[in-house]
Design a protein around this ligand. Sequence first.
Ligand SMILES: [Zn+2]
Length: 648
Amino acid sequence: HVVRDDHDGIPLGFYCRSSLAPYLDTDELFEVTKQGLTFFADFFGYEYAFHKYDQVFVPEFNFGAMENVGAITHSERMVFRDPPTENQRLGRAEVILHEMAHMWFGDLVTMRWWNDLWLNESFATYMAYLALVESTRFQAAWMAFNSGMKAWAYRQDQLVTTHPIAGQVPDTDATFLNFDGITYGKGAAVLKQLVAAVGMEAFRDGMRRYFQRHAFGNTTLAEFLDAIDEGVERDLHEWAALWLETPSLNTISADWSAEGGEIASFALDQTAPDDYPTIRPHQLDVALITESNGSLDVAGVPVSVEGERTEVPAAVGSPEPALVMPNLGDHAFVKVALDDRSLDYVRDHLERVEDPLLRQLIWQALWNMVRDQQLKSTDYLPLAASKVAGETDIELIETVLASVSGTIARFVPDDQRDEQAHRFSDLAWSALSEGAPGASTGDGQIIWARTLIGLAITPEDIARVIALADGDLNVDGLTIDQDMRWEIAIRAVAHGIDGAADRIAAERERDPSDRGERAGLRAEVAVPDAAVKAEAWRRFHDEGYGSLHLTAAAMAGFHWHVQREMLEPWTMDFFDRVADVFETGENQFTRSYFASLFPHGRVEERVLERSRALLGDLGDRLPLLQRSLREANDDLERAVRCRAFAAS
Ligand SMILES: [Zn+2]
């Protein structure tokens, strides 16, 4: 199935399987495509160079998308079979613009070697968000940038396997490892910081010089920096060495005092982890937030942070703030530790902060404090519960609920897990049934409903979502879509609910598509029966389920927290088998295998010990497996620390 259009003389096309034609919303797809083509040609000062622009939705595509010149291939997931949220539409527009940016960054000018992969991926990522904000209806895209790209980067940059944005890449196998949160997320965040440091105009002029100079050629980092450098006073080569060639990140905190209702002293302190002691320059705005008569006033003070302590004379004499947040506008790639007075204010009055991006940054600071054992997971969850029900920004509700789900799965002791999940399941149900402010729109309902389903762990909560699927319970305006129906049915199977097999059979009939086939396989493997698990385990290691995507779907149904005792034999067998799998399997297969079958949910010392022992046995073999194990161990260690801290 193909739909054609054109734009400024460039022929455009969208292709998909005929069976997906009813779901192909070409109006929006063409709109974003045209907005992007206009924006990039203007921003880069260089017309689209490749004569036509087709986009093809491909079944079982292994990546999100691929920037083939003039014929982009996209994963078929981007054709929405259920009604999408605005945020899902934003995510798809971002991918469209990312691949389009590659027509300039990557295809018109290409990095000389893979060590400058970030010249492709970081730029395409940053430019896609800039294009979203500047040329499409997705005006709040910097919030999604923060909750998606930057959150990914922060997480990865704090793992033991972190690496510089630009580094040594001996061969193409090593390249495969670097398609990660550092190359995409951190690289793009550092570009946002570069733009804050040199100004948007100087950045844009530098880009124009770069494309004029290097079109249809290859470049290195130095050539890129030279193009920007010409328009600015700052020595970017020194800046780049600190930002691009050293791993990890800094934490910023405000140290201030007040007297007689005014700020008497104000400084920003910068720290670095012991293993990576680099102190960096940061261009940021400090938010000084004062309250009078119940309304807030936010003043931004620009600061060039250099060194471990930066005095901020411009803040002295300002009215005494109720809350200080050192990264207004989210231009800096740093962790923020809130000072005690600000933390107290947030606990009581976070909802009074009107700017949603600023609220999001505060939520992110709280989440970082949980991960760093500065705030107990068991204190964070009640705080989140009390604030999120009143939250009105949909993007923010989704971000906070995702952190909540992650906290419950990993950072609370096993014996409190059910109770915490039940708390949020109830909260989601009240939000939906009583029409909380954030659940009054279609998108808000979908997000709360997905949370209701995802956190249904106790028998009572599972019964409730089953009643929703069966129409015995209803929420005005909410449709339980096919994806939700599958999640509910598979959950019923995994928890051994009566009638679960019939439920799966009914869903298979309702959804005979490839998506239904994958969901059906996940359900088959989720059955809480040791014989079923043994047969699935054998098949993962032998003939599989017909294709990479089908086998991956089946593997995703294997591990369930509620089945942990029954799954014990395979928890340890994984470590005996995984090296063979990595020895012989394709990269895409081993990635799914590890993600689904490593016992991530077993936050236990003995699992860690077994995993460390395997890592030791590997020596310098199988670098991809080494990296996966080191990251999984790091995650487990953090979860152990957070649980112990919560119990202390
Ligand atoms: Zn890309």
